[in-house]
Design a protein around this ligand. Structure first.
Ligand SMILES: [Cu+2]
Length: 117
């Protein structure tokens, strides 16, 4: 009888662990099932690349590594918030991107270039 109880407990534990594991997998699959064409990774206080190249009609996404940041494409109404891909329908050219969320000491240094091809 005790053996059954132990077996049942272990089985429960396995289910709990499996459920946690599949939840995590579900999340990462959801994120990677619609990958943006270009991802800007932001941390405090820099973007991961000095410039990003994108073709008109492709999608652009902001990924936060640490801190809370946003992206504003200068002189346009294109803004990005965390993990929400947007289609870039800007004319070809060079645009400046800045962080648009006051994020602390290095906020004003957070800029990069977006080159639309
Ligand atoms: Cu900022």
């Amino acid at each position: 009888m005790k053996k059954w109880l132990l077996f049942a407990s272990v089985l429960c534990l396995v289910f709990v662990i499996a459920a946690c594991g599949s939840n995590n997998n579900g999340n990462s699959e959801a994120a990677s099932s619609t990958p943006a064409d270009v991802v800007i990774k932001a941390s405090s206080w820099e973007f991961d690349q000095p410039e990003y190249h994108i073709k008109k009609g492709q999608t652009l996404e902001l990924e936060l590594i640490d801190g809370v940041h946003g992206v504003q494409v200068d002189k346009t109404d294109l803004k990005l918030t965390n993990n929400k891909a947007k289609t870039v329908n800007l004319d070809a050219g060079e645009y400046e991107i800045n962080c648009n969320i006051p994020c602390g000491g290095g906020h004003s240094k957070m800029s990069a270039k977006l080159i639309v091809e």
